[in-house]
Design a protein around this ligand. Sequence first.
Ligand code: SF4
Ligand code: FE
Length: 489
Amino acid sequence: MALMTGQEYIESLRKLKTRVYMFGELVENWVDHPIIRPSINSICMTYDLAQDPQYEDLMTATSIFTGEKINRFNHLHQSTDDLVKKVKMQRLLGQKTASCFQRCVGMDSFNAVFSTTYEIDEAHGTNYHENFRKFLQFVQDNDLVVDGAMTDPKGDRGVAPHAQKDPDMFVHVVEQRKDGIVVRGAKVHQTGSINSHWHLMMPTQAMREDDKDYAVSFACPSDAEGVYMVYGRQSCDTRKMEEGCIDVGNPKFGGQEALVVLDNVFIPNEYIFMNGEYEFSGMMVERFAGYHRQSYGGCKVGVGDVLIGAAALAAEYNGVEKASHIKDKLIEMTHLNETLFSCGIACSCEGCPTKAGNYQINLLLANVCKQNVTRFPYEIVRLAEDIAGGLMVTMPADSDFKSATVAGRNGETIGEICNKYFAAHEVATEDRQKIMRFLENICLGAAAVGYRTESMHGAGSPQAQRIMISRQGNIQGKKQLAKDIIGIE
Ligand code: SF4
Ligand code: FE
């Protein structure tokens, strides 16, 4: 099958029997639900841009299995050039959606599982790599979205998976059968999980022998028997229920996270990519995390571009765009944003081939990239709020601006009063309203999930990167450099 269009992608979701719960209820038509739909629209953009000749080079690649044109989100990176294009594609999508477009978790898991299964087979004589190649070719052929799922609930953080009071705190195998395995547990914070056709599950951390049952990786359809999801709440999410309301901030796009529950799900042998080879779970985690830490040097930068633009517009609408301190703040925001991009590009350029043949990023630089992402977007948001002014959080509702209720002595309506007092520099008050709400959306509304808190915790919390930086930073080698120069034996 050729590449799907965005519309075909939406129609393909309707065919699934995915079980989604929100506000304590089963959502019947989740594809058209106003709270969910913006996140579907964001993934749609990954399909629509792939159809646009202008973006073909970034958005598409050639399948290593079939030689066919595929969406880059389903590609195995074949060179450092591919790694660079991945980051540029993510920046582009951030620019087009100002939100998390979700499809990267699949791409990052494909590349991590592809290389890790190769090395497991090498050590154990298993058949996981072949299983995975077949699965990925199926994904490519059908242009599917896959949720790369890593994070387990983890329960008591001080206790190993097998020693948890509740054994389901980490996804684990509850039954080994001849034809497959039965798994139970859950994955939390799952980006784009509801909008995905399939899930690719990986262990959440390095495992020891006692945790053998927890060292498991497999694929299953979103609507497999025993799978269901509970939608994650976002700040101001119910504003999306107010149709055509400016207060939504970003009227078209959004991100999505959910709790994915695996309630005794049967996985046939052909979809198993690790089953007890605990010494490889750390490798899979490290690689997936590394790719996703690279990803943030693209997606967050794209959203940052839009945020910088919105802040500049707010300054213009307020009539202060010529003030030198405003110009300087925009320079600072740009400097921080481009520094993140530089990290994303650097860890890609310094990538190298894995044993399986696909390319991996430079892990040290990818972790440095993500460590900066845990900081710079916060400073960029601080500057955007500084430029925007307090109005982004104190402005009356859109319904006030449109209200015909008479309040003034001379018959002025609430709508007229709002439009009078919130007028500014030669722009329609409505445009000022739009830009303020858009800024609110990215800085502390629904999209702040993707731009702020996800910048902190997505792809691993800051401490996880610091551990990797300490492992990869080669302090011994650096000590030797000093010794060599000053002549210490
Ligand atoms: Fe992609 Fe960024 Fe969302 Fe991760 S946070 S899925 S890298 S857009
Ligand atoms: Fe993420």
